[in-house]
Design a protein around this ligand. Structure first.
Ligand code: GLN
Length: 490
């Protein structure tokens, strides 16, 4: 078995026994990147030189007997998280040459374990999108079918994990950007509770919704990565001081008697029949393991997409005001005066989708419209959250599809933003309510494309999600199937 194929926990074990070195693993991963990156285009920046150096340092640390959770493991990071000295573009021309002078908190936490950072992954510009087609740096492809999108906005991370171009990755999720690409690429992706993981050093999109989370090959790896990045951070005032559980420990606990809710409103018209079929067989599988299920109702979820597309653009329009050609990144040349410089810089620096969001958001926040749009949306957001509070009185977790369809074709929805926005219909409510959600592989469509199921939990109950996800994973083999790409196709 090639080393790049393995998981964090498998490699950890081999490193611990001295069977391999971090250098072996890192070289194997870079060979794989050379083999398949031409097809997936998952990365914006590769960090080969730095990566191999970090691997050597990790090997020294291991020799000293100081191996910890992620020591020597090659990781990929979505390009909206700051790594000191490494370009962080956010998929945008406006940040094309931005080099942060500091590490984000998640990076700092990872660095305590001395992993190997192998590169920064492609994403929709400023994380606005569901297909990784809006990146200034080109489209990322789905390794299961390179004519299809990998999902988005963390499509680069998802594609890299699925194609074994890294061992695990970080993504960010504002309305589904970890879970939906995880579903499209047949991997595990978890959006933590709002406040669980620090957002310091994450380029802000919609600050009341953004969270960073793990994208991995299996549930155990997801729990390892989550344990490392979670926890209070005084540099992020929205991070919450709630004790971090040992997420790996909850794996393997039995799910007998656990109550699963299946929300009626999530089985809408337009959802692919293969998705529905896989979902129900997953419910049966969990029943076999001793869980019970019941239908529940989240009556306000039908408004979630509309609410999200007021709140997220409103917050984005304010967050993105800082890109004015003065403080960071791109500045238009040959302009006449300050106003012209601002205007030209922003017209040149932002792509279509980002401009659309800024316009929507600015409109929604304008004097005279605020009450009708932003305020109203915030009120409905509270109703959506209350729906969840109600159903969690009677169930431990909710089970839903992650996305209405498997990965669609590149270009299929680029001319129809509303269709694109609907890709997140099942993931958005969790961001609005601030609750955690995980997507895990639960089947394949007739065309052989991965299908994901989503589990949603109570605030700060990531443990339960991981416990159920792991029980399901242990009794199924969807997560073990690999896309055929590169040498595998021979
Ligand atoms: N697809 C959604 C959007 O375009 C969600 C993106 C995200 O979670 N970053 O806004």
């Amino acid at each position: 078995m090639e080393l790049y194929r393995l998981t964090i926990h498998e490699l950890q074990e081999m490193l611990r026994k001295g069977e391999v070195t971090s250098r072996d693993i890192t070289e194997s991963v870079f060979r794989r990147i050379e083999e398949v990156e031409g097809k997936t285009r998952a990365f914006i920046t590769l960090m080969k030189e730095q990566g191999l150096k970090q691997a050597e340092m990790a090997d020294i640390r291991i020799k000293e007997g100081k191996l910890s959770q992620l020591t020597g493991i090659p990781l990929a990071i979505k390009d909206n998280m700051c790594i000191k000295g490494i370009k962080t573009t956010c998929g945008s021309k406006i940040l094309e040459n931005y080099i942060p002078p500091y590490d984000g908190t998640v990076i700092e936490r990872l660095k305590e374990h001395m992993p190997v950072f192998i590169g920064k992954t492609n994403m929709d510009e400023f994380a606005m999108g569901s297909s990784t087609e809006t990146s200034y740096f080109g489209v990322t492809h789905n390794p299961w079918d390179i004519e299809r999108i990998p999902g988005g906005s963390s499509g680069g991370s998802a594609s890299a994990v699925a194609a074994d171009e890294c061992i695990a990755a970080l993504g960010s999720d504002t309305g589904g950007s970890i879970r939906q690409p995880a579903a499209c690429c047949g991997i595990v992706g978890l959006k933590p509770t709002y406040g669980r993981v620090s957002r310091f050093g994450l380029v802000a999109f919609a600050s009341s919704l953004d969270q960073i989370g793990p994208m991995t090959k299996d549930v155990r790896d997801c729990s390892i990565l989550l344990s490392v990045i979670s926890g209070h951070d005084k540099l992020d005032s929205t991070s919450i001081d709630v004790e971090v559980a040992d997420y790996e420990k909850c794996l393997g606990q039995d799910i007998k008697g656990l109550k699963i809710g299946v929300p009626r409103e999530y089985f809408i018209e337009g959802i692919a029949p293969d998705v529905v079929k896989s979902l129900w067989s997953a419910v049966k599988e969990l029943e076999k393991l001793g869980a019970t299920y019941k239908e529940v109702s989240l009556p306000h979820s039908e408004h979630a997409v509309a609410v999200y597309y007021l709140i997220a653009p409103a917050e984005a329009s304010s967050n993105l005001a800082r890109y004015d050609g003065v403080k960071y990144g791109h500045r238009a040349s040959g302009t006449k005066g300050l106003m012209d410089m601002y205007t030209q810089t922003r017209s040149e620096g932002f792509g279509q989708e980002v401009k659309r969001r800024i316009m929507l958001g600015t409109y929604a926040l304008s004097a005279g419209y605020y009450d009708a749009y932003y305020k109203k949306a915030s009120q409905v957001r509270t109703l959506i959250k209350r729906d969840f509070d109600e159903v969690f009185k009677e169930c431990d977790v909710l089970l839903t599809p992650t996305a209405p369809t498997p990965a669609f074709k590149i270009g299929e929805k680029t001319d129809d933003p509303l269709q694109m926005y609907l890709s997140d219909i099942f993931t958005i409510p969790a961001n609005l309510a601030g609750i955690p959600g995980i997507s895990i592989p639960c089947g394949f469509s007739r065309e052989g494309l991965p299908i994901g199921l989503q589990l949603l939990g109570k605030h700060f109950d990531e443990e339960k999600l991981l416990q159920v996800a792991y029980a399901f994973e242990r009794h199924t083999d969807y997560h073990l199937k690999k896309p055929v790409i590169g040498q595998d196709a021979l």
